[in-house]
Design a protein around this ligand. Sequence first.
Ligand code: URA
Length: 261
Amino acid sequence: MSIRDEAVLREFNLYPLWVRRDAPSLAVEVEVQVPSVQPVARMEAPDIQLPIETNVPPSSLTEAKQVEPAQIQKTQIDADWPELKKQVHGCTECKLRATCTQTVFGVGDEKAEWLFVGEGPGADEDVQGEPFVGQAGKLLDNMLAAIKLKRGRNVYIANVVKCRPPNNRTPEADEIVQCLPYLQRQVALIQPKIIVALGKTAACALLGHDATLGSLRGTVHEYQGIPLIITYHPAYLLRSPSEKAKAWQDLCFAVSTHSAR
Ligand code: URA
């Protein structure tokens, strides 16, 4: 195992806990199917009760649930990449543009098989104009590396909203409704084989209804006919590192879903 692999497994609390399947252990064994990573991981204290992300105000996506599909249809966009980038750059459709520094369009391989969707830019992203470049982004990069992916290589990263919400608050329903057509178009242009929603806001925005993250994990959902897997937001994992084992399970589930396509 390379030092890099070791670092990635440490990030997920999976190293040095990897054990042989026949080794005596009280811990629960979890099957994982990641290419060239040992196939059996012992994860400590797996928690049956899935947590609800308490940091996400319940308001925005409960309201998003009330968005009529017709409302989204009306604003459907047919632009190509250059035109779409221009539209996002010039967008003033919601109040977020007035307080952010710049729009953050998305980054990566425009023909990627993997699309990762976050909530919205934070302070670092607002300054640099690229999604997931702060601490959460570093963790996301390690999550990608854990499944042999790399930002920009067969991977595209985008957010539900393209402008930073003030003080990193959760985007409000009207902001999500205004911005979602841009993401819809990004998905239509990329045509990824799989989408991974990072956190409840991204998950519920793509699904169009409210639900707890725990109830959405472990199922292959669909967005625009593309398999959608839901996992924790890296920022949540930074605050709750003990949940990384579950994120690892979700990523392994995404890998097997992707392989089956
Ligand atoms: N959190 C997100 O959801 N997106 C980013 O780009 C950065 C942090």
